[in-house]
Each structure stands twice: as C-alpha cells, then as structure tokens.
Design a protein. Sequence first.
Length: 425
Amino acid sequence: MNNEIRIAIIGLGYVGLPLAIEFGKKYSVIGFDIDNSRVLELKNGVDRTLEADLGSLIEATKGDTKSGLIFSSNLEDLERSNFYIVTVPTPIDRFKKPDLYPLLKASEMVGKVLNKGDIVIYESTVYPGCTEEDCVPVLEKFSSLKFNKDFYCGYSPERINPGDKINTLTKIKKVTSGSTPDIAKRVDDLYNSIIIAGTHLAPSMKVAEASKAIENAQRDVNISFVNELSLIFDRMGIDTHDVLEAAGTKWNFLSYKPGLVGGHCIGVDPYYLAFKAESLGYHPQVILSGRRVNDNMGIFVANKVIKLMIGKGIAIKGAKVLVLGITFKENCPDIRNSKVIDIVKELYQFGLMIDVFDPHADMKAVNEEYQINLIKNIGNNYDAIVLAVSHDEFKKIEFKKIISSKCVIFDTKAFIDRKLTDGRL
C-alpha cells in the first residue's frame, strides 16, 4: 500500500507541516510550499511556527523509497504524486469577505500536474459547497480531466490548535469525506492510518465543510456572549470573572471567558458561513452579531485604559504605555489576525507613546504585517500597561519595577495577580 500512495502536501504552515511529518512516517511524501525560504528552513530542520516535532521531522526526512518526507518548492516534483492534500490559508479581505485567491491558485497548480485516478483532498477551511463549486472547476480547467471520472476529491477539515502540545494532530478525531462513496472510504482509510483518535466519515464533502464552519462559529458566538456581559458588567462596576465563577457552580453552565478573538479560525470562519448564507438569500443574525461584538473588543479595551488613566490624573498625550503580547494566543508565535493591533491602533489615536513586547513573535514578521517595531527589552516608568496575551513569560515580570507612580494596569486575560490591576475583561 505504501508503494501505491504518494502524497503531496500543498502548503507547509501550521496545518501542512505536522500533516506532512505524520504521513512521511508511513508514505512517500513531498511537502511543497511556494515560499522557497520556508522550504530551505525546513530542510535544515528549522520550523518558525514551532508546531513541528523537530525530532520527528528529522526522522521523517530520513525515509527510503517506500516512505519518507522531502521538501520542495519545485512544481515538477509533484508530478509523481497521486494524493494531493491542500492546506493553504483561507483568509478574509478588508471587507470581511472570503479571500479564495490562495486556494484557487493552489488548485490551479495542482491541476497542472494532475493525472487520471488522482485524488485531491482539501483541508483549508471554506464555506459549504466551496470544494465542488469553486475548486473543482479550476482543477478541471487546468488538468483537462473530468471530475469524478478522471480525478476525485475529498474534504477533511483541519483541526490544528496552534501552540497546543497536548491535543496534537494525531490525537484529534478527523472528519473525512469524498466525492464518491468509494473515494470517501479511501480518504478515510488514509487518515485512519495516522490518526490515533480515529476518524468520522461524513456523508458528503458539503457536510464536512459545514462541520468545520460551525465549530468555530459556535465558539465565536459563545465568546461574544461573555464579551457582551463584560461590557454590561463594566457599566455596573462588577467583575465579569466573579460573575462567571458564581454562575459556574451550576453543573450545566458553559465555561467561556471574555477576551480578544483573533487568529486564523475563530475570527475568520464565521464570515465564510455568513457569506454563503447571504448568497442563498438568508441574512444571518446571531453569527454576525457575535462577530460585531468580538471585533470591537480591542477598541473597548483601549478606551477603558484611557478612562482609567484620566481617573488617576495621568496626562494622556505623550504618556508611555507598554502592551504585552501581539500574537493571537498565548505561548504561540502566530500573529495572523491578531486583535491586539486594534488596541494599539486605538491607543495611538490618543497620542500615546507605545512599546509592544512579545518574546514569541517574530520581529520582522510583525513589522511587515502590522508596521510595529517590537521592543527587545521592557523599559520602565510606564504610565499604563496592557496585558493583551497571557504568555507564560509575563508571569515573571516585576511590575512594581517598571511602572510610574500612578500607572494603570489592565489585564485582558485575568492572568496576573488581581491586586496589581486596575481593571480586566
């Protein structure tokens, strides 16, 4: 079976690289990325995302003719593959609409090397129907092959949780699907060969696509509810976490915490579902209302900090502020769709001098993405500090040594000692 299966993983980011490594332990795998610098790093055993087990990476790249992993940015290297797994990003544009450009370009590239009998599996998060309605026509156009006659498709949504070293790829149940019953079984068998937690074979690709879309939409709506509670309780002068702790004593109370909702999934996927719904003439209320609440939390935090500073008699213009964290989640270098930037931008509007410190983020990447120059070391005499991301390193900060006499400390994660803070979400 290993001799028959030759896999190409298209995209070597947070999703594609762990997948390539696991499949490389059993099959002949080509990890492909158009970013040649990324490919060169991986060939040298370097993973800037910190998602890969470098030991496994090195072991997987030792493979023989039957199994093993090689990295490439050369399209010609894909031609011998018969399984193509697409794991490219699916972001939104500035109008909050799905940006399918990376997905369609990847489909075009695969189409150029596609042969009869090949199977193309998509893992990128999309709206229900996208694989067949948007990707398949591109594959047909550039391959001159007929869908479900000459080539086939599958959909298996990624469930990678960046920075999570416990719930890793093989330990998370995988939803699978295929364009025909026989192909669905083959796709399911393929993933079952590496996923310890097992698989769930969905009845259609559209069902599998929808399952991914609602996973993150559900979480987004639940977080938006507690974020809205935080906005309400702030006006009442009570602490949201105290309320949640009390309510949580009931066995069936759902435990969600307020906070910034960014990243490549929760802050993006609901817009894909809403886009599809609107194209069918239904205008979603709950999904988009949740997005509106969550998208405005950064602005709320910034304005709350300003009010607290005014309350302490701190002159706003020219005040020195430290923002701790720029990544979208704790202990992770991923800066995609970080909502911390909303806090920084809003504070800049008030004429503040802002230092942003993050030991996990890549300085160059942050500058290119957000035009922010991260500081290498924390300064002192800050008039305000905003704990935006709960990196473990921030527990070691001696706040009394870096603050001014009237400093405001605001904690968006309820992470640091409550006695030190002036406010929190």
